[in-house]
Design a protein around this ligand. Structure first.
Ligand SMILES: C[S@@+](CC[C@H](N)C(=O)[O-])C[C@H]1O[C@@H](n2cnc3c(N)ncnc32)[C@H](O)[C@@H]1O
Length: 234
């Protein structure tokens, strides 16, 4: 697959109604259990949760004893995160990977397919390089990205185009005043080879790629590419 053309900066999550509805539409699941268990492999670790959103997992990581920093550019999502019980245990940063402190983390996460919001290859590479800079040598980067081979978009409503490694779709959101907010989104679907190449070029060694939340091989499981990578020491 080739990269789609760059689009203007956008963040459809930065809306109070979308942030308010997010947790109800994204219930705690096997993916969250996977990331929590993986973090537990490095007890009391310093965790960077990039694209932390409303902080569902971020707060749970802090409650589990990790020292957690949640970073997200969407102020509305962070406002929801900061309102959660025990949110004060987390350091919240409104920004992107470039905003994360350097050489400060043992583990970086991007969960619920945050990796797919980086549609443009240059933005994805920059994000990986900033994450490498935020991690100490040997630290882990773990994220999920839907496997394009599983063609998840075929079950999605509102898909407007598929191609060039990305899927565009429009979702409708009911607002409290009874009106409807239509939101256009685009998600990048990178192949396993594309993910591996981009990680290798950005200072990471791939430890494992799983196809599902029970650590199945790619092609089995849940149609995912769940990547565990290590920040190279040099
Ligand atoms: C599907 S939500 C995932 C939220 C959270 N990780 C979870 O598990 O619920 C995607 C998040 O990515 C964030 N995001 C969008 N562009 C981003 C960027 N350039 N850098 C970091 N996060 C970004 C959005 O604001 C949104 O909160």
């Amino acid at each position: 697959m080739t990269a789609p053309a760059s689009g203007p900066a956008r963040n459809e999550y930065d809306h109070p109604s979308i942030a308010a509805a997010y947790d109800a539409e994204n219930a705690w699941g096997r993916d969250d259990e996977f990331f929590l268990a993986l973090a537990a492999e490095t007890p009391s670790s310093r965790v960077l949760d990039l694209g932390c959103g409303t902080g569902r997992l971020t707060v749970a990581l802090a409650a589990a004893g990790h020292s957690v920093t949640g970073v997200d550019p969407a102020g509305a999502m962070l406002a929801a995160a900061r309102a959660k019980p025990e949110a004060e245990k987390v350091t919240w940063i409104e920004g992107t990977a470039a905003s994360a402190p350097r050489q400060a983390f043992d583990l970086a996460l991007m969960t619920s397919h945050v990796a797919q919001v980086f549609v443009d290859d240059a933005e994805w590479s920059d994000t990986l390089r900033h994450l490498a800079g935020a991690l100490v040598p040997g630290a882990r980067l773990v994220f999920d990205s839907r496997d394009p081979a599983a063609r998840a978009w075929e079950d999605w409503p509102g898909v407007t185009s598929v191609g060039e490694g990305a899927v565009s779709f429009t979702s409708t959101n009911a607002l409290p005043d009874g009106s409807v907010l239509a939101v256009d989104s685009i998600l990048r679907f990178r192949t396993e080879a594309e993910l591996r190449d981009s990680l290798a070029a950005s200072g990471f060694t791939v430890e494992a790629v799983y196809g599902g939340w029970a650590r199945e091989p790619v092609g089995a499981g849940d149609g995912e590419l769940i990547v565990v990578a290590n920040r190279r020491t040099a």
